[in-house]
Design a protein around this ligand. Structure first.
Ligand code: NAD
Length: 370
C-alpha cells in the first residue's frame, strides 16, 4: 500500500523514547491491520538533540515536522541539561516547535475511565464516567502580550508588568476549533473568561457568542467566569462537555481538570494549528507528563498517555474516529483486566512493565479487530 500520510515521531528524553516506542507499536498495528497507509519517521528533540547536534531542535527536524501530517512527541528535559542557559535548554525545542508550527489550540481531554475512578482525589460518583475536553488558546494572551518586563521605579521599588491582549482573530479561530469539535461530541461549549473585571474578557465573550450565532447555531454555548469554572470543575465536572478558554485560564483549568482523573501517566494532549485549503492542520500530539528522570531507563513508565495521544492523532489529524475509538476502548479493557504500570497500581491488581502494557494493548486491539 503506498504511504500517503506521514507521521514524525520525536521521542525526546527520559521516558519519552520508552512510551513513544509503545505508541509506535500501536501505530504500526493500525497501519498493518486497519489499512492505514502511513510512513513513519523518527528524529531527535530536546536533550537528545543537544547531545547529538548542540541545539534542542535542528532546522532539518523542524522542516520534517512542518512537512509531516502529524507529530508525536514524548517528552523533553532532564537534570543532565538543567545547567544550560535558558535559551539552550531542551524545553526550547518544544517551544520552538509549537511556535513554528503555529499551534494555537491546545486540546486536553479529561476522561475518567471506570477502572481508575478510585484513583481520583474526588468522590467516585463525582468523576466516574467523566469525559470533558478543554480547548486552550496557546499562542496569545498574557504569556506573550507586550509591554512586559520588570522595571525599577524612581523611588527604587520595582514593578512587574504583563499584558493580557487578544484580537478578534485570535479569539475566533480557537472558538471555531471548539465549535467544530463540539459537533463531533455533545454539541455543547462553555466559554470561560473574566468579563466581569477584564476588557479582554468582554471581547472574548462577545466574539465567541458572535461566531456561534453566525456559524454554529447547532451548538449550545454558555459563558462562565473562570473562577466559577474552577469551582464547578471540582463540584460537578460532568456538567461540562467542551470548555474553551484563553491561555492563562486554560493553563490552570486544564491542570485542574487533569487531576480529576487521577494520574499523570494517563493524560494525552493535542495542539493544532490553522487549517490550510485542504483542511490539513499542523498538529503535535504529546502526553501531558514530562520526561520523568526518576524512573527513566527502568522500563516501568506508563505508556498509556502516549498511546492515547496517538488515538487523538487518529481522530483529529486523520479523521479515523473508528481507530481512535478502538485504541481508547483497548486502554479501558486492559485496565479493566487488572493490568497496571506502577504509577496507577492498586491493591489486587497486576503490576507490569512499559513494554508489557504495550503488548497488552496490541493483543486487545487484535481481539477487537477480529
Ligand atoms: P514529570 O511529569 O516528568 O514527572 C512527575 C512525576 O510523575 C515523577 O515522579 C514521574 O516519575 C511521574 N510520571 C510522569 N510520567 C509518568 C509516566 N508516564 N509513568 C509513570 N510515572 C510518570 O514532571 P517533572 O518531574 O516536573 O519534570 C521532569 C522533567 O520533564 C523536567 O526536565 C521538566 O522540565 C520536563 N518536562 C517536560 C515536559 C514536556 O516535555 N512536555 C512536561 C513537563 C515536564
Amino acid at each position: 500500500m503506498p504511504a500517503n500520510r506521514t507521521v514524525l515521531l520525536l521521542p525526546g528524553d527520559g521516558i519519552g523514547p520508552e512510551v513513544v516506542g509503545q505508541a509506535r507499536r500501536v501505530l504500526e498495528w493500525v497501519a498493518a491491520k486497519r489499512r492505514f497507509a502511513v510512513a513513519c519517521d523518527e528524529d531527535l528533540v530536546g536533550g537528545a538533540s543537544i547531545d547529538a547536534h548542540g541545539v534542542p531542535l535542528t532546522d532539518a527536524t523542524l522542516a520534517k515536522a512542518k512537512a509531516a501530517d502529524a507529530v508525536l512527541l514524548g517528552a523533553v528535559g532532564g537534570p543532565k541539561w538543567d545547567a544550560l542557559p535558558f535559551d539552550r535548554k531542551p524545553e526550547r525545542g518544544l517551544l520552538a516547535l509549537r511556535k513554528e508550527l503555529g499551534l494555537f489550540a491546545n486540546l486536553r481531554p479529561a476522561i475518567c475511565l471506570p477502572a481508575l475512578a478510585g484513583a481520583s482525589t474526588l468522590k467516585e460518583e463525582v468523576v466516574a464516567g467523566l469525559d470533558i475536553l478543554i480547548v486552550r488558546e496557546l499562542t496569545g494572551g498574557v504569556y506573550f502580550g507586550t509591554p512586559r518586563g520588570i522595571e525599577t521605579l524612581p523611588d527604587g521599588s520595582r514593578r512587574g508588568v504583563n499584558t493580557q491582549v487578544y484580537t478578534t482573530g485570535e479569539i475566533r479561530r480557537v472558538a471555531a476549533v471548539a465549535f467544530e469539535l463540539a459537533r463531533k461530541r455533545g454539541r455543547k461549549v462553555c466559554s470561560t473568561e473574566k468579563s466581569n473585571v477584564m476588557e479582554s474578557g468582554i471581547l472574548w465573550r462577545e466574539e465567541v457568542q458572535k461566531l456561534r450565532d453566525e456559524a454554529y447555531t447547532d451548538v449550545a454555548l454558555s459563558h462562565m467566569y473562570a473562577d466559577n469554572c474552577a469551582m464547578q470543575l471540582v463540584r460537578a465536572p460532568k456538567q461540562f462537555d467542551i470548555i474553551v478558554t484563553d491561555n492563562l485560564f486554560g493553563d490552570i483549568l486544564s491542570d485542574e481538570a487533569a487531576m480529576l482523573t487521577g494520574s499523570l501517566g494517563m493524560l494525552p494532549s493535542a495542539s493544532l494549528g490553522a487549517a490550510d485549503r485542504d483542511g490539513r492542520r499542523a498538529a503535535l500530539y504529546e502526553p501531558v507528563h514530562g520526561s520523568a528522570p526518576d524512573i527513566a531507563g527502568q522500563g516501568i513508565a506508563n505508556p498509556l498517555a502516549a498511546i492515547l495521544s496517538l488515538a487523538m492523532m487518529m481522530r483529529y489529524s486523520f479523521g479515523r474516529d473508528d481507530d481512535a475509538d478502538m485504541i481508547e476502548r483497548a486502554v479501558g479493557r486492559v485496565l479493566d483486566s487488572g493490568l497496571r504500570t506502577g504509577d496507577i497500581m492498586q491493591s489486587g491488581k497486576t503490576k507490569i512493565s512499559t513494554e508489557a502494557m504495550g503488548t497488552a494493548i496490541v493483543e486487545v486491539l487484535q481481539g477487537l479487530a477480529a
